[in-house]
Design a protein. Structure first.
Length: 179
């Protein structure tokens, strides 16, 4: 059997056995979540600097308590985090942000699973018909994770760019509609 097919079958097997749950974010989760951003590049890919300059404090992460923030866990171990919020003026859209998975747990389908749980919440409990997000074009692993969860690229009139680490980072918009 081809090695690629074996790897794909192994990935499917891993995804089928994920027993992830979401719960509301607690301030006691902050140190664990912040530990996953152990360098400037990963921090800015995650936060775009919205929470402050690297490194931020637990107190600065407290900003997410003003959003709908979730912690993902498996077997009582924190493995991921994300937020939802209503964009300005939106009635039926929620926006996902600050998506992060423990670096030791990446490439196992956990990001996709966490997003699927978040989408389920957004569409069923949050009454959204659309969920959107932004991802930096240079963050390919996040981009492909979002695609695997059903998000599609959208064209926007305004291209959002950030000056980060002496480079111009372009933010790509993605969207998923209720199915």
């Amino acid at each position: 059997m081809d090695l690629h097919i074996l790897l794909v079958e192994e990935q499917i097997l891993i995804e089928r056995n994920i027993k992830m749950e979401l719960r509301p974010y607690r301030s006691s989760d902050a140190e664990t979540i912040l530990s996953w951003c152990d360098n400037e590049k990963s921090f800015y890919e995650w936060s775009a600097g919205i929470l402050g300059n690297y490194p931020i404090t637990v107190k600065q992460l407290g900003f997410v308590e003003s959003l709908i923030a979730f912690t993902a866990f498996e077997n009582n171990e924190i493995i991921g985090f994300f937020t939802l919020r209503k964009p300005d003026g939106s009635v039926d859209e929620l926006r996902i942000g600050f998506v992060i998975i423990d670096p030791k747990k990446r490439k196992m389908g956990l990001g996709k699973k966490m997003l699927e749980l978040g989408l389920d919440y957004a569409f069923k409990t949050g009454n959204a018909s659309t969920v959107s997000l932004g991802v930096f074009e240079n963050n390919l692993s996040a981009y492909y994770c979002y695609r695997s969860a059903g998000f599609k690229d959208i064209e926007t009139k305004r291209i959002e760019t950030y000056e980060i680490l002496g480079e111009k980072w372009v933010c790509k918009e993605m969207i998923k509609h209720i199915s």
